[in-house]
Each structure stands twice: as structure tokens, then as C-alpha cells.
Design a protein around this ligand. Structure first.
Ligand SMILES: Nc1ncnc2c1ncn2[C@@H]1O[C@H](COP(=O)(O)OP(=O)(O)OP(=O)(O)O)[C@@H](O)[C@H]1O
Ligand SMILES: [Mg+2]
Length: 355
């Protein structure tokens, strides 16, 4: 996650295969930083039909991916540097502390540790780690430990190879979310919370240059906001999705703003579920990491565009909250000069990743 590393590639493609939509960004490496050349977002879900996650087939991704490449005029066989990601329940990332261990002992100790977070047999696990620092006084090592199942990675690379792409680096989603911020922005001291609000989940990342890295997924996203509207307004999925885009958490017409879309009094709304989950994690983080200097909550992902949500989060969590513009310090070709879509943050974090 170091900011100073320079990338060797000249052009790069960041690919975020989300359950709702596939996002691809095409960047050119400049002497300092990057230039946005092109991007594309395409939905993987038929329009107007309520998506049931468990019914959606992984077969739907390859044709959409092929269509994106076509629209960006990219030949899959000629792409040299592509970075994509995997995430969800079959992945885990955690910063841990261990006593100093030589490399040969470290790997097996970390394997044992990783199994606690991803309870699968060793043969099914992939492990990666990065030694972040060795504390001089105690000789303890701070390590970022990432693990995933082999099956998940295989499924992911199959999507790419099926349309002629050669998979490159595959990162974990939460690392890419952090990178979209850290590789692009001057970061002051303190702790930042990044929420990547997708359709069926929200990646939460807590990052500070001098504090512990923390990441977890929250099982709520844009889809759940639509479900709230369907219930509350007795609308079809299609109507509710349209309503969500137009009004977000705000009420129509002259009615005053109501940030949380009240359902039955006993039922929590999605906005409440997400903020309460974040609150719990922040409390846990303060205990674990001993740091409570929360500077900002940054919202990215398609769900970040929900009208009224930044205000709701800020009100509930009492931390300044804003939609993060992942293109803030990037050069852009003319037609994208105003580009700031937060839905592209993860893909951008992937494309900017040093080799
Ligand atoms: N302008 C908008 N206002 C409100 N919601 C929006 C807006 N634009 C997109 N969304 C919502 O964002 C979600 C899609 O976001 P995104 O592309 O980040 O998800 P995904 O990565 O495909 O999903 P996941 O991360 O869960 O796999 C959908 O629920 C969609 O309704
Ligand atoms: Mg996503």
C-alpha cells in the first residue's frame, strides 16, 4: 500500500466485477500519477426484475465483460496489465501482530492464524502477507494477512480466461478500496473510514497512515434500500429502483426531509442497519487499535450516490461524511474532465496498484 512505489507498466486496466455491475477503467501512467483514458459500467442484472442474489448465475459475467471490452475498443489478447479483485465471505484480510519470526517459520504461523479467519482446510486456502513494520522496542512484527479460497480465485480467473483475457494481479476488494484513496490523495494524520456501498454488501475499511488496518463486509447495500422502498411504498422493484434514484432517502414534494425512510416502527431501515453496523465496528476498532481520531467517513460505490445518505451517516455517527471523488487528483481526457463517479473507486484502486 506504499504511496511512493512507481509502477512499471505504461497502461493499466482495473476490473471490478460486482454482483450488480461490472466496472472497468483504463488508465495511462504518467510521469507523476495517472490519466483516465476511458471507462465503462454495465449492469449484469436484467433491468426491471428484482435480483435474487442466490439465483443469479456466475455465467452472466463473461458476456458483459466481453461487451465492455468491445465498447472500450480493447482487444483482450493485447491487454498487458490488468488488475482485478475478489471479495466476500471466502476472503479475509486482517492486520495482526506476532513475535519476530524468521521467514521459514513465519509462513506456517500465518497459515495457522489465517485458518481462524477463514475456516477451511489448508489445501483449499491461498495465503498472502505483507510485513508492514517491525517494532524496535518489542521486536514484534505487524503483518497484513490476506487469505482466500482457491475455488473463489479459480472461478474468478475462469471468467477472465473464458473471453481471452490473461489474468494479472488479483487483489482483495477491501485493499483496492483503501488504495483508491491512499494512492491518490494526500492523507493527513488520523483515521479514515471508507464505505464502498455496492448492491448486496458494503465493504468497510478503516485506514490511517499510523494506525491499524481494519476491513469487514456489511451485509447491506443498494439493493436493500430498494427493498425498503418496495415495502414502504408498496411499489414494484422497477418502480422502487426508479424512486430511489430520484429521491434517495428524501421524501417527495413539500414534505420535509426524512432521512431514514421509516418502515414499520419495529423494523430497522437499511440506512440504520448500515450505520449501526459501522458504529459497532468503530467501537471495536477503538478498543483494538486504541485510536479514535476519526477524521472522515468517505462513501464510494454505486450506493454512495443515494441522495441524503451522507447527511444521514454524519448525523448518526457524528463524523464528517462525504462522497469521495476517486478522480480527484487524476488527469483526464477532455470528455471526462468532470468525472467523479464514486462507483468507479474500486476499479480505480485496482488500476493504480503498483506492481
Ligand atoms: N444514483 C444512484 N442513487 C442511488 N443508488 C444508486 C445510484 N446509482 C447506483 N445506485 C445503486 O448502486 C448499486 C450498484 O452499485 P455497485 O456497482 O457499486 O454495486 P456492485 O459492485 O455491482 O455490487 P456488490 O459490491 O454488492 O457486488 C445498485 O444497488 C444501484 O441501485
Ligand atoms: Mg462492489
Amino acid at each position: 500500500m506504499a504511496k511512493t512505489k512507481t509502477a512499471k507498466f505504461k497502461e493499466s486496466i482495473g476490473l471490478d466485477i460486482g454482483n450488480h455491475s461490472i466496472k472497468m477503467v483504463h488508465l495511462k501512467k504518467l510521469h507523476h500519477g495517472f490519466k483516465l483514458v476511458n471507462y465503462e459500467i454495465q449492469s449484469t442484472i436484467p433491468e426491471g426484475i428484482e435480483p435474487i442474489l442466490s439465483d443469479l448465475s456466475p455465467d452472466r459475467f463473461a458476456p458483459i465483460l466481453a461487451s465492455i471490452l468491445k465498447s472500450l475498443k480493447l482487444n483482450p489478447k493485447k491487454i498487458k496489465h490488468i488488475v482485478s479483485s475478489i471479495g466476500g465471505d471466502n476472503t479475509s484480510i486482517k492486520q495482526i501482530k506476532t513475535i519476530f519470526l524468521p521467514e521459514d517459520e513465519l509462513e506456517s504461523a500465518l497459515f495457522f492464524e489465517a485458518k481462524k479467519h477463514l475456516p477451511i482446510s489448508g489445501a483449499e486456502m491461498l495465503l498472502d502477507y505483507q510485513v508492514l513494520s517491525v517494532e524496535e522496542k518489542t521486536n514484534n512484527m505487524n503483518i497484513l494477512l490476506a487469505s482466500a479460497t482457491k475455488k473463489l480465485l479459480q472461478e474468478h480467473t475462469n471468467i477472465l480466461t473464458s473471453i481471452g483475457l490473461t489474468p494479472g494481479i488479483v487483489d482483495l476488494e477491501s485493499l483496492a478500496v483503501a488504495n483508491s484513496f491512499t494512492l491518490n490523495t494526500f492523507i493527513e494524520d488520523g483515521v479514515y473510514v471508507i464505505l464502498n456501498i455496492g448492491a448486496f454488501k458494503t465493504n468497510m475499511v478503516i485506514y490511517g497512515a499510523k494506525t491499524k488496518f481494519f476491513a469487514r463486509d456489511i451485509a447491506w447495500g443498494g439493493y436493500n434500500f430498494t427493498k425498503d422502498i418496495m415495502k414502504q411504498k408498496k411499489m414494484s422493484y422497477e418502480e422502487a429502483e426508479k424512486y430511489k434514484f430520484e429521491h434517495g432517502l428524501k421524501k417527495e414534494g413539500t414534505e420535509t426531509e426524512n432521512s431514514s425512510l421509516i418502515l414499520d416502527i419495529t423494523e430497522k431501515t437499511t440506512a440504520e442497519h448500515i450505520t449501526q453496523d459501522v458504529k459497532r465496528s468503530l467501537r471495536f476498532y477503538v478498543k483494538e487499535a486504541g485510536s479514535s481520531d476519526f477524521k472522515k467517513i468517505l462513501l464510494v460505490g454505486g450506493g454512495a450516490k443515494l441522495i441524503g445518505f451522507p447527511e444521514f451517516v454524519e448525523d448518526q455517527l457524528k463524523v464528517p461524511t462525504e462522497i469521495y471523488n476517486p478522480f480527484v487528483n487524476l488527469d483526464k481526457v477532455e470528455k471526462f474532465s468532470d468525472e467523479q463517479n464514486p462507483q468507479l473507486a474500486l476499479a480505480l484502486g485496482l488500476a493504480m496498484r503498483p506492481e
